[in-house]
Design a protein around this ligand. Sequence first.
Ligand SMILES: Nc1ncnc2c1ncn2[C@@H]1O[C@H](COP(=O)(O)OP(=O)(O)OP(=O)(O)O)[C@@H](O)[C@H]1O
Ligand SMILES: [Mg+2]
Length: 309
Amino acid sequence: MLYVDKLYKSYGKHMAVKGLSLHVPKGDLFGFVGPNGAGKTTTIRIICGLLQADSGRVVIDGKEMKTDPMGIKRSIGYVPDFFGVYDNFKVSEYMQFYGSLYGISQKDCERLTTDLLQIVNLSDKREEYVDSLSRGMKQRLCVARALLHDPALLILDEPSSGLDPRARVEMKELLMNLRDMGKTIIISSHILSELSQMCTAIGIMDQGNLVAVGKIEDLLQTGKELETVVLELSKENMEHATLILQQMTEITVKSIMENRIEITFPGDEAKMNQYLMEMMKQGVILSGFYRQKEDLETKFMQLTGAIEE
Ligand SMILES: Nc1ncnc2c1ncn2[C@@H]1O[C@H](COP(=O)(O)OP(=O)(O)OP(=O)(O)O)[C@@H](O)[C@H]1O
Ligand SMILES: [Mg+2]
């Protein structure tokens, strides 16, 4: 559906996008995530044909940006990261206005408006003024407007920024519904956890390039060599347990606290159970143990270089 090949873009001396390549298959809900200034908006604006790249290729739905920019515009529905002011428009007029820009007849537009307002849950706001809507509603209206010409690809730049938690959930549900209806969607955000719940794949962007692309589960695996397991024990058990652990050659004791020991080992669950059984056989009483889950945000920070690995 979307192919991007070696995209470059500079603003003066500053290179905002540095050779970015990407493929988003049909039906994907793809999330661009990256810190402020990573180049998400720049990349999205190039994909939408609103900004010209210095070099590189963009192909959407079989259309080349260089030779068929109008075709590309028809294939895309774009929801920008800001919402304009539409003083005197009612919701229905707003939809009509955008419909006319795409050459949709008034009759078709009315039918489409009914359908789309239902999808974005704004049916009861049809005759309200756009400016009287909440920010979350405006954002959903923007999605409805972007879908008017039935684009092959819907692109949203930070659709949840500035929304309260409830409006964020509503936006997420809307996007998941559209995904389930078979739309191909690209969304950007600087909040990874938000994307991870809905996206089929994610690209982590940092300083103008993708530092990782793939399914969430696969991204979590990258660079994960050892699993950390936390053992909880009473103070009396600590010394005995530490001695036993130190004799188990495959185990590395990472840290010892008042009543917990963190260990790493290169094995699976069955192996861990063997270790635990062995410790219990030797008289260690564990009050608890758990695997330290690889945290998505931590992974993101590692990949974007915010913390050392
Ligand atoms: N019109 C412009 N002129 C000059 N520099 C720009 C312009 N637009 C963006 N930049 C710079 O390009 C880099 C990438 O910006 P971009 O807006 O694409 O990032 P972003 O990932 O969307 O960030 P944010 O999370 O803040 O929206 C930044 O360093 C930014 O300062
Ligand atoms: Mg941006």
